[in-house]
Ligand binder design. Structure first.
Ligand SMILES: NC(=O)c1ccc[n+]([C@@H]2O[C@H](COP(=O)([O-])OP(=O)(O)OC[C@H]3O[C@@H](n4cnc5c(N)ncnc54)[C@H](OP(=O)(O)O)[C@@H]3O)[C@@H](O)[C@H]2O)c1
Length: 253
């Protein structure tokens, strides 16, 4: 099947796993052309194989925390109009103990900022000229950690992402493009905790569930539903916001 290059794309970074995967599958099911991005080809291909409309799902293998990776993504976009950009790439990594020596601090904080902030800024700035005026939607996946401050370099990077989202919204508003940050709480069934090298134990999941008002942790589908609305036509008057989706998590300090 040939690709109609005039059809607008929805770009989902981190679309090979977790929330990004679920968002991408949802949008292809709705009939949109979706381009998913990640550093590893296998998860991206797995997402494509799970799609009910694999011909609508395109992949780009790229590390978008670098300008080289962003150029590779731009090559994959190939000048097509971009209707929405969902920046789900990111993660906590092993930033629990960022160290104290200038070298350790530099390394840990640079990595967290590249992974969670630059991975959104670099590709979004690159595709802005291709975003469809009057319809364009940008959603940055932040974190409750960016609001409550728990999580060191990761929390700082996610807080900065909200700031970037507001700045972006002011720059693109007159083009009829919106930009918002969605800040999830604890979402299970993702690679987030595995990528951190420690996994999410049953005790950890129970503890996170007990801090919510609805008595359960989130699932990728909870985030997908909010993203579906935020990138829809209906949400055209919602911009420059940080929207928390966390089951009413009570922030324990
Ligand atoms: N799960 C939670 O409880 C939770 C809570 C709040 C916020 N979040 C945020 O939600 C977003 C989605 O995470 P998730 O929970 O769905 O975890 P996940 O399954 O680990 O998804 C993260 C994705 O980002 C991709 N990625 C990471 N760095 C990248 C880079 N430099 N370039 C391209 N792709 C990159 C990873 O693929 P590759 O490794 O193949 O590159 C992976 O597919 C993240 O920003 C995370 O910080 C998660």
């Amino acid at each position: 099947m040939t690709t109609d290059v005039s059809r607008p794309l929805i770009i989902v970074t981190g679309g090979g796993t977790g929330m990004g995967r679920d968002i991408a599958l949802d949008q292809t099911k709705l009939g949109h052309d979706v381009l998913i991005v990640g550093r590893r080809p296998d998860p991206l291909e797995e997402t494509r194989s799970m799609s009910a409309a694999p011909h609508r799902l395109h992949t780009a293998v790229a590390d978008i925390s670098t300008h080289q990776g962003t150029t590779a993504l731009l090559d994959a976009v190939d000048g097509r109009p971009v209707k929405a950009f969902v920046a789900a790439a990111g993660g906590q990594g092993d930033f629990k103990d960022p160290g104290t020596s200038p070298e350790e601090v530099d390394e840990a904080w640079t990595e967290a900022l590249r992974k969670n902030l630059f991975s959104a800024i670099l590709p979004i700035e690159a595709v802005l000229p291709l975003m469809v005026d009057g319809q364009g939607r940008i959603v940055l996946i932040g974190s409750t950690a960016g609001l409550d401050g728990a999580g060191g370099p990761y929390a700082t990077a996610k807080a900065a992402l909200s700031g970037y989202g507001r700045d972006l919204a002011t720059r693109v508003g007159r083009r009829g493009i919106t930009a918002n940050t969605l800040a999830p709480g604890f979402v299970a069934a993702t690679d987030f905790f595995e990528a951190g090298g420690y996994g999410a134990s049953a005790t950890m999941i129970e503890g996170a569930a007990s801090q919510t008002l609805v008595g359960r942790v989130g699932q990728p589908q909870d985030i997908t539903a909010s993203v579906r609305w935020l990138i829809s036509e209906d949400a055209g008057w919602v911009t420059a916001q940080t929207i928390t989706v966390n089951g009413g998590t009570v922030i324990v300090r």
